[in-house]
Design a protein around this ligand. Structure first.
Ligand SMILES: [Mg+2]
Length: 235
């Protein structure tokens, strides 16, 4: 296996099962609270999923939401309740509280993800981590999953002051890793942040298609490589 000098990873939905674990936990919340809203649990779960997609799809809401996850969560629940004609601000808060208390422990690394990072490190590859989100939240995850010693450079949006796709985060990572763009891979699940933006700087963009759905029809982004999980990088 030939590796580049440096590989930069995204964290959520690349190393950690962020969305999968959240979806599972939201479904449990729907089960638990549907009765209080006089709703069918399956319908409530489905609408909360639609509301989350609606919320996070807008870049402005996405930025504000990742800096205040609690507000984002209660906002998504409120939106779902309202759409189902069951508006209830107090219940939205209770659900967001319940979810928030369980969120971090529900999250796990994808199968083989941590072993993959160890293998790459042992092979002498310089490893970087660039993660968007609030500094505190993202740093908690880095510590909880023992990621700090694995990486030569860790850039968290909330700590650094700006996030992907701002080229300053990639430039800073290349500097820290003493890497040339042409000898660097960026690996992540977001086509804009982790494929298109680094490619524009000459970095190879590897897309993690963890859902296995293939490229969306409406994208013009062409990844240099697509994997289902980062474990494929060391096979
Ligand atoms: Mg991600």
């Amino acid at each position: 296996m030939t590796y580049p000098h440096a590989i930069i990873f995204d964290l959520d939905d690349t190393i950690l099962d962020t969305t999968l674990s959240a979806d599972r936990l939201w479904s449990r919340a729907a089960e638990k609270f549907a009765k209080q809203a006089d709703l069918d649990a399956t319908a409530f779960d489905a609408q909360m999923k639609i509301s989350r997609e609606w919320f996070w799809s807008d870049p402005k809401r996405n930025l504000a939401g990742r800096m205040d996850l609690y507000k984002a969560r209660s906002g998504c629940v409120e939106h779902a309740l309202k759409t189902l004609d069951a508006s209830n601000a107090q219940l939205a808060t209770s659900i967001a509280d319940w979810f928030t208390q369980r969120r971090i422990t529900a999250m796990q690394p994808f199968d083989g993800a941590i072993d993959t990072l160890h293998t790459l490190k042992q092979a002498g590859v310089r490893l970087g981590l660039i993660s968007n989100g609030k500094g505190e939240t993202q740093r908690d995850k880095v510590i909880r999953f023992g990621l700090e010693p694995l990486f030569d450079c860790i850039i968290l949006e909330g700590e650094f002051g700006t996030g992907k796709p701002d080229r300053r985060v990639f430039d800073h990572a290349l500097d820290e890793l003493q890497a040339k763009p042409s000898d660097t891979w960026m690996v992540g699940d977001n086509l804009q942040w982790e494929v298109a933006a680094p490619q524009a700087l000459g970095i190879k963009g590897i897309w993690v298609d963890w859902r296995g759905t293939g490229l969306p029809e409406d994208t013009d982004v062409v990844p240099d490589r697509t994997v289902r999980s980062i474990a494929e990088l060391v096979v």
